[in-house]
Design a protein around this ligand. Sequence first.
Ligand SMILES: CC(C)(COP(=O)(O)OP(=O)(O)OC[C@H]1O[C@@H](n2cnc3c(N)ncnc32)[C@H](O)[C@@H]1OP(=O)(O)O)[C@@H](O)C(=O)NCCC(=O)NCCS
Length: 236
Amino acid sequence: MKKPLILVGGGGHCKSVLEAAESAGYSILGVLDMPEEVGKEILSTKVIGTDDDIPAYVDKAEFVITVGFIKNPAIRIKLYNKIKEAGGKLATVIASTAYVSKYAEIGEGTVVLHQAFVNAGAKVGKNVILNTATNIEHDAVIGDQCHISTGTMVNGECKVGERCFIGSQSVIPNSIQICNDVIIGAGSIVVKDILKPGIYVGNPAKRMHSNKYVLTPNLGGANYRLSPLSGCLKAA
Ligand SMILES: CC(C)(COP(=O)(O)OP(=O)(O)OC[C@H]1O[C@@H](n2cnc3c(N)ncnc32)[C@H](O)[C@@H]1OP(=O)(O)O)[C@@H](O)C(=O)NCCC(=O)NCCS
């Protein structure tokens, strides 16, 4: 029997995950999105409620978070915590055309989209996005709450910290270490370890002198523009 799944968050990334989840044999029960989207459809799947309805579905389906992130993972982290606090189960979704070695580990809530490749000995954390056609090579470690974007190459024995975004088509050569809370711009090549949070771009990747996006695990911080009075998706 197909496993029922709820997608939390509408938008473009939701469509990619929906496609991957159906290919992996899930039956999509519905999408939870912003209040004004309720009743609409995303790829023929109904928006059945908001993130405030998560508790009503914990006995009916598993969940996966389908809000994307580039500069700020706060909404994804808040939703992850909200599902856990409600007693919900996070699904690990692996698209039918992705390859995950039997010697690799993938955490709960993580999505491995089409044509992604995770080689032997790799360890991928929780609530991670391995986007379309990423390559996570042998023994690489990807921390919780990261987004490894489309077509990116993370080579053997690299260690990527938590809450990092690695932009499309970037290259992380073997054994490089990247600390928590780092953004790598699209098409960058990281040639040495990154030990300080921030935004890095180019070839060789260099720190951008900007503090526009301060990534901090302090989710109450003003940087995240989250309203304490409303559901996470409404605030997004
Ligand atoms: C790194 C990034 C987040 C920075 O965004 P931003 O803060 O809005 O940056 P800006 O567009 O204001 O650019 C600031 C400067 O950095 C440069 N820059 C930005 N991204 C760059 C990149 N990827 N490579 C090289 N230089 C880059 C810009 O040219 C600009 O330079 P200037 O000040 O000399 O004009 C963004 O450019 C990026 O790469 N996003 C990732 C996109 C992606 O991979 N999407 C996939 C989604 S699945």
